[in-house]
Design a protein around this ligand. Sequence first.
Ligand code: FAD
Length: 487
Amino acid sequence: MYPLIILDELINRCPKLINEIGREQLTQFILNRSHCLLSNSNSVVCSLLEKFSLNTNYDLIKEISSMSMKQNKKNHRTQVEIIDCGPSGLLLGALLFRPSIDSIIIEEQSRSDVESNIRAGVLEQSIIDLLDEIDINERVLKEGIIQRCINIQFNGERISVPITEYTEGKVSTFYSQNLVVQDLIESRLKTNQRLWFDVEYARIERHDKTDDGQRPLIKFRRRNSSKEEFIECDFIAGCDGGASKCCRHSIPKDEIRTIRKSYPYSWLSILVDSPPDGYEVVYSFDKTDGFALQSLRSPTKSRYHLQVSVDDKLEDWPDERIWSQLNKRLTLKDKSWKLNEGAIIHGALFPVRTSMITPMQYKRLFLVGDAAHIVPPITAKGLNVAVKDARILAEAIIDVYDNNKFDKLNNYTDKCLIHISEAEEFATYMTSLLHKLDLSNENNEINEFEEILQRARQQQSQQSSALRRLIAQMFVSLINLENILHC
Ligand SMILES: Cc1cc2nc3c(=O)[nH]c(=O)nc-3n(C[C@H](O)[C@H](O)[C@H](O)COP(=O)(O)OP(=O)(O)OC[C@H]3O[C@@H](n4cnc5c(N)ncnc54)[C@H](O)[C@@H]3O)c2cc1C
């Protein structure tokens, strides 16, 4: 039947072909090649055009090619299709590999781009434990830098929060995101698991298993190739990050809800080619200029953030202005501390916001990490939360294959919400504690009241060691991931 569909299509869409070639010859040509039409109709159509010296009709080739692929959607088969190779997708693949669950990861960027994107860099203890569990912890244990303390300061007066003293041995570790990604990619490729970079136009064609046995289906093309490929799978993990061009957007709008909060300021974030003095992390509130943060990414790199106006552009912030503001906001009243300036290797400006998608699942598609939620960056939780989603999803999928039980999968969103809401709450608390308030409200009483509340919170953290203990514990996370998995 398939060659006849091609023939019909050709006749309907390109009646001139019949005039040029003749119906009989055209039919014979297509029938003779019916065996290879199924594997590569594009080349057959091209050879048809070539053989009969016809003008190349690109649209027609594209359409026929896609028609042929629809007849042959089983180009690739896997159990779990993971859309992207950020930390959450890679970790999910690694967790599934242990009980021999097959996955394919497709990624839009090149390997070198993915491996060089530093972004996050603070890992909670539970993430280190997870890397230990899957035996991908050698480098992080060697090169990661334990975060022993954070400093919080208000208008030049600094208090120290000794994390290791307050958290019964749990710590955070500085280890930049690109190293986590490199370690996971290396381990995946070493074990010959499929991971394809430079993939374009990934689209989810089918989200569910159908009554006639068809499975979820993803279509994509490799860069510089016009050939469409298809992956048939049992489950789709949507790990394609905050922009989530493929996964989140494939869900009908009325099936999910986005809960959002936007703050009336942005962050200017720079990556600097030198470490902060003493590897110190400093959170600073300055009542005139606003928030600043000094953090670490590696023994040789630091990251700084500044609260800036939502209307600001990167060009409004030349290097001299950035360093002058960092110096001003981070300095101590007694001038006993000095900023360690260095070369700025990257700068970005982004709005401070939070968002949560609910539910995080649609049929057999499960959103993971930034594709489902954005946590305000102040507490460095984004990567940690993304990886915890992956852990919860892995556990649920394993339960399906091992025990044919779907309860954990059905409860995926609820389980994730336990740790996501903890991270969101802590980030919201720290954001409101340390940013200069937006006082554009026309009602001055409201402005004054907000300022009184903020001052009260700042005093509490200066005076109460119980509150500092809580802040330290929130940094390494109060909620035990294992408890979520088994609840
Ligand atoms: C400047 C900055 C600093 C940060 N600092 C911290 C920090 O200190 N601590 C912390 O925990 N978090 C931090 N974060 C957040 C953290 O980087 C993210 O939360 C984390 O990367 C989320 O991981 P993910 O796997 O969900 O998504 P991502 O890491 O965003 O990965 C998504 C991947 O999907 C790919 N992709 C997108 N669309 C497609 C498609 N259609 N087809 C195929 N592939 C696709 C992308 O190329 C990308 O590789 C920071 C973020 C930024 C921007």
